[in-house]
Design a protein around this ligand. Structure first.
Ligand code: BG6
Length: 602
């Protein structure tokens, strides 16, 4: 998720685009850039730097006569955060400059067409200015060239372009947000209203497929027809806007999961072929001789690794171990040549996980990082990295990155299973089909939020909370309890449901709600026995379940059927439960006490 912005008007464009980028920095902050049009010559000048917007500000002139400019702040998905990969990207002759948010799925095919174009970055985005220049060279006018170029793209994209021959901004929206701001001092374009809310509250939201041409006026084309843009007024203040109207980043990020998960799987599923297209190249000799996959991680990432380990054992038929990173050693007579060690870390900077993966490296194991952050330290420590593409997560308690980690690790499990020949095409296709349905299933759970909010309010003041589950539902029980601990400061514990009777059952009373995950792959029938055990001690039972209601469940939270990934979808109920219990108690949800988003000390 990146931030794009543009301005055209009577006033200086540079300061307006730079302040827009500052306001959008929560969307991505690993590199930034602007392109300015010289009012006299029409020439386009570009400035771009890796690092935060401050680094870009230092690189741009104090003043500029330009009245028309575009800008970008980046969250890398394709190519590390370098000056070359920063946006705007240009064509071969400096006649076109483009800033883009989203993922171009077919960029490799388009890049391969080349037609004499020189590519200067690793990004998917750079295909856009080259497609536009080809159309201009073929005689198209700028608007037609931009439309023709966008018709060649697949994936999610919103881009804004400066094109020689059009004295203004041209923009396209497809499955990534784009909004026009109608200011007294000019017209703005941006990924979201945060960019220009301090300048105007009068906006037009573009729809998928819309093309906007902004010069002295605003023209919007939909299905090739010019339409009258609808204008609406934003009521939010800047802080609320950054949170998209939610009270907390965490709540916003819970609701961003469907979009984040679509990005995670975008262009990576070959359902008919029962295979995946991910940026991995583990030598087949290593996969064939693989004896063990080790996972090292901390916090929520550790629970995502637990889920992944079971997927790998089930799909790739290989032994796995999951170790809390601070407890990790490469010992026990393992053969490093037959070991793959996977570091799961959204930030890529957690010190415990870094030292664990360094230990595996030292021992000679093959290493892989599954992370959300391109260019992070962990990516420089390993043989391979696969990115979860969840976009920046600001809330300290991880939510959308858990779902994106498990989804990405499911792709890794299919990759290994197919290449080891332990996973049939049919079985792989089923899982990948389920994975494609997960974003929609998560949306269905989010649509029932009011129910879980009511349940949270009813039980918020309980003595303690116990989460239970089996098999794939066990990591979700642990993650559910962690979320509640992190943000509401309540005593909450997750247990393997079968373990209750061997001790923890002593803690269960009528004041300790039990939250059970009863899902496909979660041995629900057995967990129902454990529900009867706690119900016999008077505990209220709240169950996230895809199955029938059953007599022993007090509150049922429905989960759509998505096979082995049902527990992952069920987890959204527990995220919302934790959020509403903490909100009920007025906790500082985005910055809970004693915690940090990434702990860079051991
Ligand atoms: C903690 C965060 O500091 O680190 C957790 O508060 C997170 O949310 C854990 O799960 C691990 O972080 P990472 O970046 O290595 O996944």
């Amino acid at each position: 998720m990146c931030g794009i912005t543009g301005y055209i008007g009577d006033d200086e464009a540079l300061p307006r685009v730079l302040s827009g980028l500052r306001n959008l920095e929560y969307r991505g902050y690993d590199s930034a850039g602007v392109a300015l049009v010289d009012p006299a010559s029409g020439a386009i000048t570009t400035y771009k730097r890796s690092g935060e917007v401050d680094a870009l500000v230092d690189a741009t002139p104090e003043q500029s006569p330009s009245r028309c400019a575009i800008g970008h702040t980046r969250w890398s998905t394709h190519g590390p955060p370098t000056d070359e990969n920063a946006h705007p990207h240009a064509d071969c002759h400096g006649r076109v400059a483009v800033v883009h948010n989203g993922i171009i799925e077919n960029y490799e095919t388009l890049r391969a067409e080349r037609d004499g174009c020189t590519f200067t970055s690793d990004t998917d985005t750079e295909v856009i200015p080259h497609l536009i220049e080809k159309r201009l060279a073929a005689g198209d006018d700028p608007i037609t060239a931009v439309r023709a170029a966008s018709d060649r793209l697949t994936g999610s994209f919103a881009f804004c372009a400066l094109v020689d021959g059009f004295a203004g901004l041209l923009a396209v929206r497809n499955d990534s947000p784009l909004v026009i701001g109608h200011g007294d001092d000019g017209t703005y374009l941006a990924s979201d209203v945060t960019a220009f809310l301090d300048r105007t509250r009068s906006v037009t939201y573009l729809e998928d497929g819309d093309i906007a041409a902004v010069d002295d006026g605003v023209s919007v084309y939909r299905n090739g027809e010019s339409i009258e843009p609808t204008t609406e007024t934003i009521e939010w203040d800047a802080d609320a806007a950054e949170k998209g109207g939610y009270d907390h980043y965490m709540h916003k990020e819970i609701h961003e999961q469907p979009q984040a998960l679509r990005q995670t799987i975008s262009g990576r599923l070959d359902i008919d072929g029962g295979d995946v297209d991910i940026e991995l190249s583990i030598p087949s000799a290593h996969l064939d001789s693989l004896e063990e996959i080790q996972f090292v991680a901390c916090g929520t990432s550790y629970y995502a690794a637990l889920y992944a380990a079971r997927l790998c054992e089930t799909l790739a038929d290989v032994r796995t171990t999951v170790t809390i990173a601070s407890e990790y050693d490469f010992e026990g007579g393992r053969d490093p040549w037959r070991t793959l060690t996977i570091a799961v870390t959204q930030s890529g900077e957690t010190a415990d996980t870094l030292s664990a993966i360094r230990a595996a490296n030292q021992a000679g194991a093959r290493t892989l990082a599954v992370t959300n952050t391109l260019g992070s330290t962990v990516t420089r420590e390993v043989d391979d990295s696969v990115f979860i593409r969840a976009g920046p997560e600001i809330g300290v308690a991880a939510t959308k990155t858990f779902a994106a980690q498990v989804s990405t690790l499911a792709l890794v499990a299919v990759y290994i299973g197919r290449r080891r020949g332990t996973l049939s095409t049919a079985r792989a296709s089923t899982l990948l089909e389920n994975l494609r349905e997960v974003p929609g299933a998560v949306q269905q759970v989010l649509d029932t939020e009011a129910d879980i909010e009511a349940i949270a309010a009813e039980y918020a003041d309980s003595d303690a909370f116990f989460f239970i589950g089996r098999a794939f539902a066990h990591p979700v029980a642990l993650e559910g309890a962690l979320k509640l601990k992190e943000i509401s400061y309540d005593h909450a514990e997750g247990f393997a449901a079968g373990e209750l009777k061997h001790g923890p059952l002593a803690l269960v009373t009528e004041d300790t709600p039990v939250l059970a995950t009863l899902t496909n792959g979660g041995r629900a029938e057995k967990t129902r026995n454990n529900i009867k055990e706690v119900q016999a001690r008077g505990a209220p039972v709240i169950a996230a379940t895809s199955g029938a209601n059953g007599t022993h469940i007090d509150e049922r939270c429905p989960v759509p059927d998505v096979g082995l990934l049902e527990s992952l979808v069920a987890n959204v109920h527990w995220q919302l439960f934790a959020y509403h219990v903490a909100a009920h108690k007025g906790r500082p949800i985005d910055k809970p006490r004693n915690l940090a988003k990434s702990v860079t000390v051991e």
